[in-house]
Each structure stands twice: as structure tokens, then as C-alpha cells.
Design a protein around this ligand. Structure first.
Ligand code: ATP
Ligand code: MG
Length: 325
């Protein structure tokens, strides 16, 4: 039986059990891990995660969840696996019962088409970022349970210049998404950024808790890394987002057969140590094919090396950022 977590079961289960009023108060008294019986159901309480239960069919419901954690996947270099990682990680988290919202900030809209959606004028954060529209009706349900998308479209290309005319232009995205941060519908929010350190990527960093850098295992991979890390420091130092942290570096398109790949990984690990995720994403033809069918790698070829690697990366990320028990 399919595990269900998300907007609907959360609120329904919550109300049906009459827990709406006393659970928030109870949450304040949670230690580390605890459980208790209520009616016939065994509830688990977990600090940093929320309150959840499994029913007799082992369906899994989160009743109260912690606010979402926001991740920005960025690198000003093009074609280094940002979008592939954004889609696959978002889908991987969703499959692990972590309600996830993927936000496509790239005017190329590769994450949007990669999930099988058309680029539709007006269906992006463009108007919301200019304060002319709400975010909520931009959220689309995808064919993967627990995975939601705010798409992009060509209009987003114009947002950089439009934003520059606005006040607080670096924190417009953060302000736009304030309700999503607090209303607990999603446990993870992932931004897919364009290949530049322009206004959109800066806004994504200003709105995020963690920066994830996608780094291709190629010659001069680390070139340009200093630049993005400088932007990270500037965003922190200028108090635009003092809490932003380097969440980790994801090595992509690793080719086990080449000395070059091994050398690149060894150099990056030497510099960044534990900042580099243990999982390396191999070069895999199936990862390149999946988006042209509008499918995630887990739908297209769940047993491919790419799918298995992204599943492993997902597990690492769930653990590192405490996205679940
Ligand atoms: P851009 O900077 O243009 O947004 P990007 O950093 O988002 O690019 P992707 O679009 O994810 O990079 O990947 C670039 C190309 O490489 C795509 O055609 C993608 O399908 C392919 N690709 C990504 N990761 C892998 C991989 N691990 N193995 C093989 N092909 C891959
Ligand atoms: Mg991309």
C-alpha cells in the first residue's frame, strides 16, 4: 500500500483525530524521541521532525511538521548537473515521504519540462516576485506523490532587470515565500538556479538555509568555486541572510574509468573535507534521457546507476539535514 504524506492526509488526519488544539501545546514539551498511545494509534514524537504515526497498514502520516528547510542548488557554470540534481533529489525526497516543493528559477525552465510540464506564460514566480500575484496558485501537483513544482517560463528572463528596479530586490523571493516557510505543507523546498550569479541566484541564496553546489567531475572543476563561495560570504556578511550555510558539494558526472574524475574528486575532498557529500553521481546515459520523457529517473529507470546514486544522495541529505527521523 502506498505511503501517504502531504497536504491532504496531514490536515484530514489531524482534524479527524481531534488533535488540532492540544498537539501544538504538546509539541513544546517534546524531548528527543518519544511515543504514546492515543486511541488505537501509536504516535511518535521526534524533535526537529514533528509528530507522526503509522496506521495498521503502515501508512505514514505527519501530523505536525517543522517548518520547511530551503535548499539552493547553484553554480554559475552551465551544464554541471544542477537541474538533474534538483529534479532527482526532489523526487527522491518525495519518495521518502518528505513533502517537497521544487521551484524552477531558471528561464530555460529545464526542471519544468523535465517533469513533463509545458512552459506556460504567467505560470512562474514572475508576477509574485514583483508583488502582483500570489504564490499559492503557482504550485502544481506532479505525477510523483509528495512532489510539487512551481514552474518557470521565458518571462523569468526579464525578472532580473525588473527586480533591480524594486526595493529590497535581494530578498523579494524570501518575502514571496514566507507563508511556504511557515505553513508546514512542505518539509523541503529546492531552488533550481540558472547558470549565473545574477539576481535570481542571489535571491535564491537569500531565501535558503543551505547552498548545495553541483560540481562536475571535469578539468578545472574548482575554477569558479571561489566566486560562488564569495557570494555566499557576502550574503552572510551583509546580513542579507546571515544564516545561510554551505550545505555541501555534490560531485556529478563521475566517471569511474577515468583518472581525471578520481583526481578531481580527490582535490575537492582535500579542500572541503566533509563538505563534500560521500555519494558521487555517476555519468549515466539514463539520467540524460529521463527529462526528454518528462519523467524523473525513478520513474524512467529506477534501477539505473543514476537512480541508485540519487537515492543514496537523498538518504545522505535526509540524515545531514534531519529531514526525517
Ligand atoms: P544549466 O547550467 O544549463 O542549467 P545544469 O547545471 O542544470 O545546466 P543539467 O541540465 O542537469 O545541468 O545537465 C546538463 C546536461 O547533462 C543535461 O543534458 C543532462 O541531462 C546531462 N546530465 C546531467 N547529469 C548527468 C549525469 N550524471 N550523467 C549523464 N548526463 C548527465
Ligand atoms: Mg539547469
Amino acid at each position: 500500500m502506498e505511503a501517504r504524506v502531504g497536504i491532504e492526509p496531514t490536515h484530514r488526519a489531524f482534524a479527524e483525530l481531534g488533535l488540532t488544539t492540544w498537539l501544538p501545546r504538546l509539541k513544546l514539551r517534546i524531548g528527543n524521541t518519544n511515543n504514546f498511545l492515543f486511541g488505537s494509534k501509536l504516535f511518535f514524537l521526534q524533535k526537529d521532525v514533528g509528530i507522526y504515526f503509522r496506521d495498521p497498514f503502515h501508512q505514514f502520516y505527519i501530523l505536525t511538521a517543522m517548518p520547511a528547510k530551503f535548499f539552493t542548488i547553484a553554480n554559475q557554470k552551465g551544464g554541471v548537473g544542477k537541474t538533474t540534481t534538483a529534479i532527482s533529489l526532489a523526487a527522491g525526497l518525495a519518495a521518502e515521504n518528505v513533502p517537497t516543493l521544487l521551484i524552477d528559477l531558471d528561464p530555460q525552465a529545464n526542471a519544468t519540462s523535465g517533469l513533463g510540464f509545458d512552459k506556460v506564460e504567467g505560470q512562474s514566480l514572475y508576477h509574485a516576485l514583483l508583488g502582483e500575484d500570489s504564490t499559492d496558485d503557482k504550485i502544481l501537483e506532479t505525477s510523483t506523490p509528495n512532489l510539487y513544482l512551481i514552474p518557470s517560463e521565458v518571462d523569468m528572463a526579464a525578472i532580473e532587470t525588473e527586480l533591480a528596479k524594486k526595493e529590497n530586490y535581494l530578498v523579494r523571493l524570501r518575502d514571496t515565500l514566507k507563508s511556504i516557510r511557515t505553513d508546514k505543507r512542505f518539509r523541503a523546498v529546492i531552488f533550481d538556479c540558472p547558470p549565473s550569479l545574477g539576481m535570481l541566484s542571489m535571491n535564491a541564496m537569500a531565501a535558503a538555509d543551505y547552498l548545495l553546489i553541483s560540481l562536475q567531475c571535469e578539468y578545472l572543476a574548482m575554477e569558479g568555486l571561489g566566486q560562488i563561495l564569495n557570494v555566499l560570504e557576502q550574503i552572510k556578511d551583509a546580513e542579507i541572510n546571515p544564516d545561510l550555510e554551505l550545505g555541501g558539494i555534490i560531485m556529478t558526472m563521475y566517471d569511474v574509468r577515468t583518472n581525471l574524475s578520481r583526481q578531481v574528486v580527490s582535490d575537492v575532498r582535500q579542500h572541503f573535507g566533509k563538505g563534500v557529500f560521500s555519494t558521487m553521481i555517476p555519468r549515466s546515459i539514463r539520467l540524460g534521457e529521463a527529462p526528454s520523457f518528462g519523467q524523473t529517473i525513478f520513474q524512467y529507470d529506477p534501477l539505473s546507476s543514476g537512480a541508485l546514486a540519487y537515492k543514496e544522495l537523498t538518504a545522505e541529505i535526509i540524515k545531514r539535514f534531519k529531514l526525517r527521523s
